[in-house]
Design a protein around this ligand. Structure first.
Ligand SMILES: Cc1cc2nc3c(=O)[nH]c(=O)nc-3n(C[C@H](O)[C@H](O)[C@H](O)COP(=O)(O)O)c2cc1C
Length: 86
């Protein structure tokens, strides 16, 4: 993880939030000084508070971008997401 300045975290919405394993992942590393770009997939729900709910799982100086919903993206949509997030 120390090799990365930016971490893109994608997760499916489960009952309105990210699955618990995403929280475990975030708790397992030191993200200090990094940018985290969260995005979700879903059956239709928007991001809601699923991205900001993850902030508590990370300590230190982390820059979070706003969560994005990106269902069934093509390559162009992924590029747009990364450009927007960065
Ligand atoms: C346990 C479970 C809970 C889910 N809860 C939601 C939900 O609250 N809102 C929603 O839009 N989709 C929900 N989904 C759908 C998933 O978000 C969706 O299947 C996932 O993002 C993958 O997208 P795909 O099925 O198009 O590959 C849920 C799926 C599962 C398995």
């Amino acid at each position: 993880m120390s090799s990365y300045d930016t971490v893109v975290i994608g997760f499916p919405i489960w009952w309105g939030v990210a699955p618990r394993i995403i929280e475990t992942f975030l708790e397992s590393y030191d993200f200090s000084g990094k940018t985290i770009i969260p995005f979700c997939t879903s059956g239709g729900s928007g991001v809601g508070r699923s991205d900001t709910a993850l902030h508590k799982n990370v300590s230190g100086n982390v820059k979070w971008t706003k969560g994005i919903q990106i269902n069934r993206p093509d390559e162009a949509a992924i590029k747009r997401m990364l450009e927007k997030g960065l």
